[in-house]
Design a protein. Structure first.
Length: 209
């Protein structure tokens, strides 16, 4: 049997060396890409956090001062209007219909609702206490979901509810977004999340993170 030698021994000798260079450089070139991806993800989550904060803050401002959007001018909280009476008083479906009617316009309900909107909005905007904010926001969204009760096709009076989905509506989406923001520590970028986490009482109580 004849043994054939490579016509260019140097090429055969250098090929493994060249492959070694490419293999070694690949992780080095991939590192900046991973960093860029992590940074982009952080800024995306933080942008969503700020937008969500504006949703809650705007609701608070509109209901407080009657800016003419969801709350008519002259019917704001400072004008003597009730932030809960209009919404809860008109609940017309669901297992908690009578309960919501009894809450409508109550001073404690108005204060809890408005402080919730303000607290959640400020925390999201600043990027602090996102775990507590996610819990409070989820409870609020769950109650509002039950007030609208998407599973029902008809209201208590027999008219159509006009529900477009038996389960998912914007209240549920908001709740999931709040939980995701807390899980992703979305306050670390474009917010005060990092200095907040370094505070002694926050370090000692992880639920405040």
């Amino acid at each position: 049997m004849a043994v054939h030698q490579h016509p260019n021994p140097k090429a055969g000798f250098h090929l493994p060396f060249m492959r070694g260079n490419h293999a070694a450089s690949a992780p080095e070139s991939a590192a900046p890409a991973r960093i860029d991806t992590v940074t982009a993800r952080a800024y995306v989550f933080s942008s969503v956090r700020v937008l969500m904060g504006f949703v809650f803050l705007w609701a608070f401002l509109d209901k407080t001062f009657g800016l003419g959007y969801a709350t008519q001018s002259g019917r704001g909280w400072i004008d003597g209007g009730s932030p809960t009476e209009g919404f809860l008083g008109h609940v017309a479906v669901g297992p908690m219909e009578s309960v919501f009617h009894s809450w409508a316009g109550a001073a404690w309900a108005d204060w809890l609702f408005m402080l919730g909107l303000l607290g959640i909005g400020l925390a999201l905007t600043a990027g602090v206490a996102l775990r507590l904010t996610a819990l409070a926001g989820t409870v609020m969204m769950a109650l509002m979901w039950m007030a609208e009760w998407p599973p029902a096709q008809h209201l208590s009076d027999g008219s159509r509810s006009m529900s477009t989905n038996p389960f998912v509506d914007y209240h549920l989406v908001y709740a999931v977004v709040l939980i995701a923001l807390a899980a992703a520590s979305a306050g670390d970028a474009l917010g005060l999340g990092r200095p907040w986490a370094k505070l002694p009482f926050v370090r000692d109580h992880g639920w405040l993170r």
